[in-house]
Design a protein around this ligand. Structure first.
Ligand SMILES: [Zn+2]
Length: 285
């Protein structure tokens, strides 16, 4: 076993649930940022938008971590914010290889890359996030087993940080590429560097079943942060349809009862949704 700080355990040892944040890009758009762009929210941090060198891209990734840590520290400096809660930690997002392709590929998998090629892709950005002071890595929206395997091997290679691994799923039992969620979860179960495992950016209607599937294969805390249930149209860089539930935050209570311990929202969820979750999750009944 390793002796790294486990930020997830440090909260779940004291509270019944850990609240994950909501959608960043959705909130930025609501505030007037135009994100219809292959770079998504990274675009907002950019001054000169294109032609970034590897070094500039790394600097941008590191800036995002530093801004999050600063915001958290500012929040925590006010004693009024400390009542009845743990200190929040900053989990840096490690998105799927598919997000880099920016053609909606992350919703399907089938990259045609080897495990080693996926490790080579993820290694420099994971290193940059760790060096920038991320307290944990959120490996998220992972559509396939092979990418999870590559990420777990990299965590073993770094030996310096804990992560959660979160899959995107297409129905009640399968990740987007088609493997069973249960098999994907089992694959990461033995890693001492994986602090929690679960599902994100998936329709909330599949979540109760997916929690059940995940729990067949793990004793680690299960996390869920689904999207609103609207569907993403990669050809338009935009979302279609309507949210599945009138109150995402109230529905999330069912996920807690189904056994999820880390709960939040992904695309198209709002600060209000998270506020509702926080309302019941700090005093669940
Ligand atoms: Zn999402």
């Amino acid at each position: 076993m390793n002796h790294l700080t486990n930020p997830v355990a440090s909260i779940l040892d004291h509270y019944p649930a850990l609240i994950i944040d909501g959608a960043l890009a959705t909130e930025l758009e609501r505030r007037g940022c135009n994100l219809k762009d292959d770079l998504w929210s990274a675009k907002i941090l950019l001054v000169s938008k294109r032609g970034l060198s590897q070094q500039e891209a790394i600097a941008l990734i590191q800036k995002s971590v530093k801004l999050a840590v600063e915001a958290r520290d500012e929040f925590w400096a006010d004693e009024a914010n400390r009542v009845g809660r743990s200190k929040p930690f900053v989990a840096a997002s490690v998105g799927p290889y598919g997000a880099f392709l920016a053609n909606g590929e992350e919703y399907r998998g089938n990259y045609g890359l080897t495990e080693e090629e996926l490790m080579d892709f993820h290694r420099p950005r994971m290193k940059a996030l760790i060096e920038a002071g991320a307290e944990m890595l959120a490996c998220e929206t992972i559509p396939c087993l092979i990418e999870a395997q590559a990420l777990v091997k990299l965590l073993e290679e770094f030996q310096s940080i804990q992560a959660w691994i979160s899959f995107s799923c297409r129905d009640e039992t399968h990740v987007n590429e088609g493997q069973r969620l249960e098999d994907c979860v089992r694959l990461v179960e033995s890693s001492p560097f994986v602090a929690a495992v679960g599902v994100n950016c998936t329709s909330p209607k599949y979540i109760p079943s997916l929690i059940h599937e995940a729990k067949k294969a793990t004793t680690k805390p299960v996390l869920v942060y689904p999207n609103s249930g609207e569907s993403y149209d990669a050809s338009k860089n935009d979302w279609d349809g309507h949210p599945v539930y009138a109150s995402f935050g109230e529905e999330a209570r069912e996920w807690f009862h189904a056994g999820a311990r880390l709960i939040g929202g992904c695309c198209r969820t709002t600060p209000e949704d998270i506020r509702v979750i926080a309302g019941w999750a700090r005093n669940p009944t």
